[in-house]
Design a protein around this ligand. Structure first.
Ligand SMILES: [Mg+2]
Length: 112
């Protein structure tokens, strides 16, 4: 079924859970307000890097910084990031199938 091909795999969920746990081992339950400020600051650094035409590696670094704080917020708030991503992913896939009858923004991948 086409829908199943558009779900997030159990392996990927396990990987994201592992990453979240690793950040928990680094930051623990860091201060919520400071974490939110750091997250927004890192978002600004991502946007700035892109707008200033920084290298892909520099932008990648800033995205990593941003993601770190997203995982940190997940840990502070007891929110499982893989569940959050899976929910958002499935919501968008379902929306596109409902509205467009297919995934609108990507070309078909030949799965053979
Ligand atoms: Mg940064």
């Amino acid at each position: 079924m086409e829908y199943m091909e558009n779900c997030i795999s159990e392996e990927l969920v396990i990987s994201v859970d592992h990453i979240q746990e690793r950040f928990n081992q680094v930051y623990g339950r860091y201060d919520l307000n400071k974490s939110m400020i750091w997250m927004v600051e890192e978002l600004g650094e991502v946007v700035s890097a892109i707008r200033k035409g920084k290298t892909k590696e520099e932008i990648q670094g800033e995205l990593g910084d941003l993601m770190a704080w997203i995982f940190c917020l997940g840990n502070i708030l007891d929110i499982n990031i893989s569940q959050a991503l899976t929910s958002t992913f499935e919501k968008e896939v379902n929306r596109q199938f409902k509205v467009y009858g297919d995934l609108k923004y990507v070309k078909k991948i030949d799965t053979v």
